[in-house]
Design a protein around this ligand. Structure first.
Ligand code: F0G
Length: 457
């Protein structure tokens, strides 16, 4: 049996990508003020900015779209989605939203209040922002191994149970619930083990606290458990997902990831404790409870996508994709967050540009170079994203300088990854000539999305 793990699909509809020259890309990037967020997507060859909402839907999903029932209340599309969600999660109450952050907004509005603390392995940006908006402290308690990029550990997304217990003992009164993000995007797309999910659930329940999971990438997490955790090799991803959800009391989902759709999200609740306020807030912000923030056709595509996202052949190929690029980077001696996560590879820019001072934003510089040399768009996760300019003009910097290459689902083939590895090798060979940048214009918050830069000489 040949060993190559192939894309387990064939291509029925294609979307051409425009091949550009280096000269064109340099001009386009300069017009975009050296900020890849300002590029037009059609000027990008491999668009690896995010895996969120960017994947390809299957023929079955497109077929389901036609079945979408757009009734305001009680549409069959809702009940079809509810049946699938109930099968996977075992939770009876499905509340559809237009995407993940809307689910967070609606649930947190019902379940927390100012002055409280919500622990998590690592909060994603929007989760943190939605909690902080309500005056709630978002606390990250990932295990120490999860913060060391080069260290290999099978479940770097695990929460530190000792620190969680200590927090519950000291601040129990202030904790409305605990969270786990599977996989841990902020920590490199790293999985959480079943043992850790089970222990977190037991610990929280001992203190009378519910477990809320952020499950955007639950299927990828389930496959990591199958591959890495003793006792799960013979389980299907569906069975593993069912066990994972079995430990949770509620979950928020951005269906734009493992839901295999371009838009969508939901909340699921095991019991009625937050149901009434959640439904009230849903009607106010999103829509009637049987469609939330979505069209009937979106509910149909998601009902099909959730099952496809749990397909074992698909997941084996999916995780192999990131691992494959990781092996190529290893061969080049380029550092990245190890082992590779489910949806992305996070390159350690300091291993490509060791001489560049952090004040010149090496991860941003690498991101720009990947676009100019290879037409690849990644995202900087470094001091432009997390640093700040202070009132006196000085800057704070981030502890890591990473470039995230996140892979849309079912979009790119192995030759795209071979091409990317070659482009990265070329960038590394010319590292001495890569220029850093200075930020000449920036907003007060979330500066990476819109800042304008100039080359440093
Ligand atoms: N939680 C996690 C772990 C996420 O990665 C995201 C989105 C969200 C919640 C919010 O979901 O975008 O549907 O509102 N992550 C995207 C990314 C944006 O690029 O990693 P959303």
């Amino acid at each position: 049996m040949p060993k190559t793990i192939i894309e387990p699909f064939r291509i029925k509809s294609v979307e051409p990508i425009r091949v550009t020259t280096r000269e064109e890309r340099l001009r386009l990037l300069e017009e975009a003020k050296l900020n890849v967020f300002k590029l037009r997507a059609e000027d990008v060859l491999l668009d690896w900015l995010t895996d969120s909402g960017t994947g390809a839907m299957s023929a079955e999903q497109w077929a389901a779209i036609l079945r979408g029932d757009e009734s305001y209340a009680g549409a069959p599309s809702f009940y079809r989605l509810q049946a699938v969600v109930r099968e996977i999660t075992g939770m009876p109450h499905l509340i559809p939203t237009h995407q993940g952050r809307a689910a967070e907004h609606v649930l947190f509005g019902a379940a927390c209040k100012s002055g409280q603390i919500v622990p998590n392995n690592s909060h994603f940006d929007t989760t943190r922002a939605n909690l902080e908006y309500l005056g709630v402290e978002a606390l990250d308690l990932v295990i120490a191994e999860g913060l060391q990029p080069a260290l290999i550990h099978p479940f770097k997304g695990n929460i530190d149970l000792a620190r969680l217990e200590d927090l519950l003992q000291r601040e129990g009164e202030r904790i409305p619930f605990g969270m786990l993000t599977v996989t841990n995007n902020t920590g490199g797309g790293q999985p959480v083990s079943m043992a850790n999910i089970r222990a977190t659930s037991e610990l929280l329940h001992r203190y009378g606290k519910p477990l809320v999971m952020d499950v955007c990438r639950f299927a990828e997490n389930a496959m990591f458990i199958k591959q890495r955790e003793p006792g799960y090799a013979e389980h299907t991803p569906m069975q593993i997902a069912q066990e994972m959800f079995g430990y949770a009391d509620a979950a928020t989902m951005s269906a734009k990831k493992d839901g295999m759709v371009n838009i969508g999200g939901f909340i699921v609740l095991r019991d009625e404790r937050w149901l009434e306020p959640v439904q009230q807030m849903l009607i106010l912000r999103e829509g009637f409870p049987t469609y939330g923030g979505l069209a009937g056709r979106d509910l149909e595509a998601l009902a099909v996508g959730l099952r496809e996202g749990l397909n074992e052949d698909y997941l084996r190929y999916r995780l192999r994709t990131a691992e494959y690029l990781g092996e190529k980077l290893d061969a080049l001696g380029i550092g990245f967050v190890k082992p590779t996560g489910g949806h992305a590879v996070y390159i350690d820019a300091r291993t490509v540009l060791p001489e560049m001072p952090v004040a010149h934003y090496p991860a941003w510089a690498l991101c720009n170079a990947l676009y100019v040399e290879g037409g690849i768009r990644g995202v900087e996760v470094g001091s432009v994203m997390f640093g700040k300019r202070l009132a006196d003009g000085s800057e704070t910097y981030h502890s890591m300088e990473l470039v995230r290459l996140a892979f849309p689902r079912r979009m790119y083939t192995q030759s795209h990854f071979d091409y990317a590895a070659e482009a990265i090798a070329e960038v590394r060979a010319m590292a001495a000539s890569i220029r850093g940048v200075r930020i000449v214009k920036q907003p007060t918050r979330l500066r990476h999305f819109s800042c304008e830069c100039e080359w440093l000489d």
